[in-house]
Each structure stands twice: as C-alpha cells, then as structure tokens.
Ligand binder design. Structure first.
Ligand code: FAD
Length: 475
C-alpha cells in the first residue's frame, strides 16, 4: 500500500485526527486480542463519522484496490475482523448514535458502530420500558457485528439469533453504492424486512465481506413488571437438558434459557487454571448449571408461570434456586468475562460456536468433554435455547496462555478435533467460522451453493476489497 498518497486522500475525508498509519495505532488493529490467531497487518486505521464518509472511504479503497476491514472492537473470538491481507481498518466507533426509537413498533434505528454499553445506557435513560436483547460480551463490543454474525442475546428464547433481531439495514456496498434493505427502503418506518426480496441476507453471515452497515434497525422488547431469574442445578447435562427442552416448549413467559457446565462457570471467575476442578463429574460436582428467566404482565400470571417452572424442574430432578428468594443469580449481562482473558492464565481463548439441533446438544457436550479431558483441558461448555426451543447454540471454549506456543497449538488441536467429530452429528453447524471451517463448509455444501455465494460476492464487492482473506465468497 502506497501510504502517503492514500493517507492524504483519507485525511481529506475525515480530517487528520481520525486517520493514522503510525505503528503505535495500527498495532491495536492487527489481531483479535483473545484468540492469538496469526496476526494480520493493519496498514492504516480510519474512524469515519458518517455514512457519507464511509462511502468516500470505500471509493478510495476501490481506486487503489486496498483491503477494508469493518471493525468495532475486534474481539469477536474468531479473528473475523483481523486484516489478513493488510489494508485499512475502518473503526466504526464514532458511528455510535441511536437515531430513533419507535416505541409503538418497538425498534431502535442505530448507527453501525454502536456498542452494547451505548444502547443499554440510552434505553435505560430515555425508554426505560423497553430493552434490547444483549450479549454477554464486554460492554464495549459492537451491537451490529453481533447481529450480522448470528450472535446470541439474553432474549434468544423469544427473538432467536442476532440476525433475527435485524429489521432493516442501510449499507455501503463494497462497490461504493449505498442501499437500504427492509421496510425502510420504501417508507420512513424500519419495522421489518418486508416486502421486497430480503436483501438483509446479503450482509448477514458474511463477516463484513460484502459491505459496511452504516445504520440498522433492531428489535426492542417490553420490560414487563414481573421477572424471576432461576438458577437450576443438576449433576449432569444429560440429566438437566431434557428438562430445559421441555420448559422451552411450555409457553411460560420464558425469555432466556441457558446452560453452562462447571468448567465454564469456573472460567468466568478469577481462578487460576491450576486451581480449578478439571473434571466436575469425576469430582462429583454438579456439572449442569442453568439460568432460566421468566417475565409476566400480572402478578397472578407470574405466580402461575413460576409454579409451572418449579414443577417441571422438580420432575426433571433439577434443583432450583430463585433470585427473589435470595439465591445469588449470575449477574445479568452485560458482564465482564475477566476469566476469558485472565492474565494469570495468559489471557487467551478460542471457541467452536455452533448452531445445533435440539436432538444433538447432549451428544455434542459429551464429545467435546471427552476431547478436552484427553488433552488435560477443562471442558468448558455453554448452550442457549433459541426461539422458543426451535434450535440451540452449543459452544466449547478453550482457554490458553498466549505466551505459550504449545498451549496455543493444543487449544487449536482440541477445537479442530471437536469440530470434526461433532460434524458427524449432522445437526451441528458452525458460525463465525475460522478459515479452516470455511473451507470445510465449502466442501460440504452443494457446489452450486458455493458458486452462488461467490457470484453474489463479486457483484457486491467486485474488487474483493472487503475483509479479504476470510474465505467467504472467495474462489
Ligand atoms: C468475553 C466475551 C463474551 C462474548 N459473549 C458473546 C455472547 O454472549 N453473544 C455473542 O453474540 N457474542 C459474544 N461475544 C462475541 C463478540 O464480541 C460479540 O458478538 C460482539 O458484540 C461483536 O462485536 P465486536 O466488536 O467483537 O465485533 P468485531 O470483531 O469488530 O466485528 C465482527 C465482524 O463483523 C464485521 N463488522 C463489524 N461491524 C460491521 C458493520 N458495521 N458492517 C459490516 N460488518 C461489520 C467485522 O468485519 C467482523 O467480520 C463475546 C466475546 C467475548 C470476548
């Protein structure tokens, strides 16, 4: 990249203070600080303040055929915002405004770089009766990337994955044009993806390789006056999970059901890896911990829902503690998972994040547990029931010491082995896939599916400048 000429053109767009190729700045964008993937190379970083500026930046990148990587915090856990082929990282964090909240249709129109802290703070202050579904990622991470990458929120049981929270998008395509998708393309309302062909799909699941979302409408939900957070405990996931599936289909005002295992609970604490219990089942510790949140409009409805939840859990041998009765529920999100980058453990973490059939989730856990233990790693597992129990998320995390190449190698080996083995369950598909998994899916899908993806990519990003090297849509 011929820096001087490009930098001066970029400065003309955003002003000197918002573009830099100085190493102490670009260093911050080279890689995902958690996953310790091989570093990428950020040649320059730019922080635009409007959609028009984003459009101008895309035009310059096309003129010089320089890669552009959309970026909010870059700690997505999968290195999908790592500039693998160099170029310019477009840090979107100045695009952090809530532009409109429509209380009647329950949505917020936000800019493409808004963070969870921004949206949560804004709603609490200005619209306390409404809330967004939010992740357990740190408050400074991005809302729109999470929606675009099929993230999972604490309202997943009623809203589905992050992609299903998207009502509409405004996007600067890789070719430089600005388009709108959803009802907002025909009216001033952003209430849904109707009625034209659903163009939002051209940007969902693409990891920023087709365009830069500058505005989005995301669904909000009412905060109901009655709420209970239950913590359910059982000895094994095999015992507890069938009960969660039953609860998900019982229509009990449940907005979130998740399950973690003992190792994952330990990971969220400031514990040194050498002090933790490696195999909870062998140590006869409860290896199944679930969080169940229910809400209701009236007290009577609430009591009935809570009673039914308690009965179903009792039948399923889940011991239930409730926050209102003094049980220390796991903090509501967003929360800091300091354990994931715990410096005493070397701060590294990587994961296999999969969507999964409800039929396969217990099998997924047992496979991943066996593989982790084989390598002497605690088998961290996390699952969320989605969209009224239509599917689940199943996820294995492995922590490692970023200063220890052997430890990194082992973590990658474990995740790859889990991936390869759980694929045989068929109902398991990975999201935010690392490069080797993208390759795997290209080999697995019908060739004409891959060809169609490649053709779409060429139309939207003819010079292949958008986040190149991530593999999606590239021959
Ligand atoms: C401890 C921890 C816990 C987490 N827990 C969760 C969780 O519970 N649920 C969950 O869903 N995620 C979780 N995450 C993952 C992730 O951090 C979040 O999903 C986050 O909201 C995504 O924002 P980001 O800033 O990390 O995205 P980035 O890494 O900046 O971007 C992710 C991808 O989106 C692209 N992109 C970014 N902005 C745009 C845009 N405007 N237009 C087009 N493409 C764009 C990027 O190029 C990249 O490919 C967690 C991460 C950590 C570190």
């Amino acid at each position: 990249m011929n820096n001087n000429e490009i930098i001066s053109e970029l400065e003309n767009i955003v002003g000197e203070q918002f573009v830099s190729d100085r190493p102490e700045i670009t260093y911050l964008y080279h890689y995902d600080f958690i996953t310790a993937e091989p570093e990428g190379k950020c040649d320059a970083a730019i922080i635009p303040g409007s959609a028009e500026e984003v459009q101008e930046i895309v035009k310059i990148a096309n003129k010089y055929k320089v890669p552009l990587v959309p970026w909010v915090s870059g700690i997505n856990f999968g290195s999908i915002a790592t500039p693998r082929r160099g170029g310019i990282v477009v840090d979107l964090r100045r695009l952090n405004r809530v532009l409109e909240v429509n209380e009647d249709d329950m949505y917020a129109v936000v800019e493409g770089g808004i963070t969870w802290a921004d949206i949560q703070g804004y709603l609490e202050k200005n619209h306390p009766n409404l809330r967004a579904g939010i992740t357990w990622s740190p408050p400074g991470t991005g809302v729109i990337p999470s929606c675009l990458c099929y993230g999972m929120f604490d309202l997943g049981m009623i809203g589905g994955s992050g992609a299903e929270f998207i009502n509409g998008l405004e996007v600067v395509l890789g070719s430089g044009e600005l388009i709108r998708a959803g009802s907002c393309s025909l009216s001033n309302y952003w209430y849904g993806r109707q009625p034209l062909p659903d163009l939002a799909g051209l940007f969902i699941g693409w990891e920023g390789t087709t365009g830069i979302v500058t505005k989005a409408s995301i669904k909000l939900w009412p905060k109901l006056p009655f709420r209970e957070d239950f913590t359910g405990i059982a000895l094994k996931i095999d015992d507890g999970f069938p009960t969660l599936l039953k609860l998900s289909k019982a229509g009990l005002g449940i907005c979130d059901i998740l399950a973690i295992n003992f190792a994952w609970a330990q990971s969220s604490q400031e514990l040194n890896e050498k002090d933790i219990v490696l195999d909870a089942i062998e140590a006869k510790m409860p290896d199944f911990i679930s969080l169940i949140t229910t809400q209701a409009y009236t007290e009577k409805q609430h009591e009935a829902q809570c009673e039914a939840i308690k009965n179903i859990c009792k039948e399923g041998r889940i011991r239930l503690l409730s926050a209102s009765e003094g049980a220390e529920a796991i903090n509501p999100p967003p929360m800091q998972f300091w354990g994931c980058w715990n410096f005493s453990r070397g701060g590294g973490g990587q994961w296999i994040g999969s969507y999964c059939s409800t039929r396969d989730v217990v099998k997924y856990y047992n496979i991943s547990r066996e593989i982790c233990l084989k390598y002497g790693k605690p088998p961290q597992f996390y699952s969320r029931l989605m969209f009224g129990g239509h599917y689940v998320v199943a996820r294995s995390n492995v922590n490692f010491n970023k200063n220890d190449p052997d430890d990194i190698k082992t973590a990658r080996k474990i995740l790859k082995e889990i991936h390869d083995k759980v694929q045989k369950l068929d109902g398991v598909v990975m999201y935010k896939p690392p490069l080797w998994a993208v390759k795997f899916y290209k080999d697995k899908t019908l060739p004409s599916t891959t060809e169609l993806i490649n053709k779409i990519k060429k139309v939207l990003d003819p010079n292949n400048i958008m986040n190149p090297g991530q593999g999606i849509g590239e021959d």
